[in-house]
Design a protein around this ligand. Structure first.
Ligand code: FAD
Length: 116
């Protein structure tokens, strides 16, 4: 088995990156300033250039072209990102995530408090 100190494989890199992206979207402002919007766009547009899994980066670049990021609000961004992640899920034969559950998963935690 691979030790925790090995370089990340595509799966580990992916789940760490999704965690960062979904959490960042979950805490993005409801009403972002032009400066915040521009920086979010830069972050998203940099991934197809720099993401260190080249076939993942290529796919993402195509998706971002087809579906330009919605950086207008926290809800819009979270939804946009959920849909991009679902496209990858589908392509990999994984289950689709219910995008109405994004805040619960990435910000609020479940109502029963088990994550508090
Ligand atoms: P992940 O898909 O990493 O998801 C982590 C957690 O996010 C899940 O446990 C779930 O709770 C939650 N989640 C799942 N779907 C959603 C959603 N739609 N919205 C919100 N939360 C959700 N791998 C490849 O093999 N080929 C590729 O082309 C590829 N492209 C990628 C492109 C990008 C931009 C990224 C970030 C990753 C890519 N990956 C790719 C990696 C792949 O998406 C997974 O991260 C990896 O397979 C590990 O999957 P996982 O089962 O740990 O869950």
């Amino acid at each position: 088995t691979r030790s925790a100190n090995c370089p990340p494989d595509v799966e580990q890199l992916g789940s760490a990156t999704w965690t960062f992206l979904h959490a960042t979207a979950a805490y993005y402002p409801e009403r972002p300033t032009p400066f915040q919007r521009a920086n979010m766009l830069n972050l998203l547009h940099s991934l197809p250039v720099l993401y260190p899994c080249s076939h993942c980066a290529t796919h993402l670049g195509e998706e971002v072209k087809r579906h330009p990021p919605d950086v207008s609000s926290r809800a819009g961004l979270s939804w946009w990102l959920c849909e991009r992640h679902n496209e990858v899920n589908e392509r990999l034969g994984k289950e689709k995530f219910d995008c109405t559950k994004t805040d619960e998963r990435w910000r609020d935690g479940p109502l029963d408090g088990r994550c508090d």
